[in-house]
Ligand binder design. Structure first.
Ligand SMILES: C[S@@+](CC[C@H](N)C(=O)[O-])C[C@H]1O[C@@H](n2cnc3c(N)ncnc32)[C@H](O)[C@@H]1O
Length: 333
């Protein structure tokens, strides 16, 4: 069956679609509209719009977080996760090195998303909190696993995996500004925190606490890699670096708002998920003004017939939110 999305996404994208103000009546109307769309067409092959790059660690690890204003999120029994305060970005935007100019544009346009320019990674979306709570409630083992935080933004899900013993954590965000100014600093912030816990003298000739902290930072950060760029070129880059690499776990929070990106997102899952791997996806039912949401994504996945998609949790406060998992129906070819 043909699959076609008839949204004028680019013009609508520019509005702030933070959904807190939307009521359930609007949601129901939109869900009905979405469900009634029978024509869904995957138009052409997904295009590269932002070339992928790997961001190597800065030599001076601690320079990322000097004078930073931090917040902590604590969910149940999970380790506290530190992150840079969002509003500080706004206040200090003019001083920051921002080759993509996303900081200035988000401020002048007062927007959480500018399609193809800035994809929303500078703020922490509700889906990230939902997934943290899910992991806390239901448990998930990370030890020895290869984890991808896809569309990571602040990177809290990947940081949790790192702290919980994942063997490899890859962080991907569309924007290099997000990776450099937020994700990497946040990872270092959390690694430094761990290093600082390690107290003790150095009479026995062992390294001084600061040095041990740095070594521990290295040990943790050696397990991470950071990538910016769109999903089409991210996939090519990863496959060119290591054609055999597969992830045991893929976290992706609030990344299905734009139906144009479904083919490339599905391709990343298809090509990079391990045979028995699992995708955890957090989403809203529907993204007003943008067009995507769970129902359209489910239909897309069902048509592709590669993954089994399963509802894990529904949250009903305000606009309905969901956590779903995807796993291969059968061994990927
Ligand atoms: C709304 S933000 C969510 C950020 C974060 N996951 C959270 O929950 O706070 C959506 C993220 O998806 C990623 N993204 C969206 N479309 C993308 C695309 N076509 N290619 C690469 N990344 C994309 C961006 O990196 C962006 O940070």
């Amino acid at each position: 069956m043909a699959f076609s999305f008839n949204f004028d996404i680019s013009s609508q994208f520019k509005q702030n679609y933070n959904n807190d103000t939307l009521n359930e009546k609007e949601e129901k109307t939109n869900q009905d509209t979405v469900k009634n769309q029978s024509q869904v067409k995957e138009t052409s092959a997904p295009k590269k719009v932002k070339e992928a790059h790997e961001h190597k660690h800065a030599p001076d690890l601690l320079s990322h977080i000097e004078n930073s204003v931090t917040e902590t999120v604590t969910v149940g029994a999970l380790p506290p996760l530190l992150y840079l305060n969002e509003s500080v970005f706004e206040q200090t935007a003019p001083e920051r090195d921002d080759a993509e100019k996303v900081l200035s544009q988000t401020i002048t346009q007062n927007s959480d998303l500018i399609t193809g320019v800035y994809e929303g990674g500078l703020k922490i979306w509700e889906g990230t909190h939902d997934l943290l709570e899910y992991v806390d409630d239901e448990g998930e083992t990370f030890s020895g696993k290869r984890v991808l935080d896809l569309g990571c933004g602040a990177g809290l899900l990947g940081i949790l995996a790192l702290k919980r013993g994942a063997s490899k954590v890859h962080f991907q965000d569309y924007n290099s500004t997000v990776i450099e100014q937020l994700t990497i600093p946040n990872v270092f912030l959390n690694c430094e925190e761990e290093g600082d816990d390690e107290k003790g003298g150095d009479d026995d000739g062992s390294p001084a606490p600061k040095q041990r902290s740095m070594e521990k930072n290295h040990a943790l950060t050696d397990r991470c890699s950071f990538f910016s760029g769109d999903w089409v070129s991210f996939l090519s880059l990863i496959q060119s670096q290591d054609p055999t690499l597969k992830y045991d776990l893929i976290f992706t929070s609030e990344t299905i708002y734009n139906t144009d990106y479904y083919p490339s997102l599905h391709d990343v899952f298809h090509k990079l998920l391990a045979e028995h791997g699992l995708v955890y996806l957090a989403t809203k039912s529907h993204y007003f003004g943008v067009g995507g949401g769970l129902y359209l994504f489910e239909r897309f996945v069902e048509e592709k017939n590669v993954f089994q998609i399963k509802s894990l949790r529904e949250l009903d406060q305000g606009l309905k939110r969901h956590i779903v998992s995807l796993r291969f129906k059968k061994s990927p070819s």
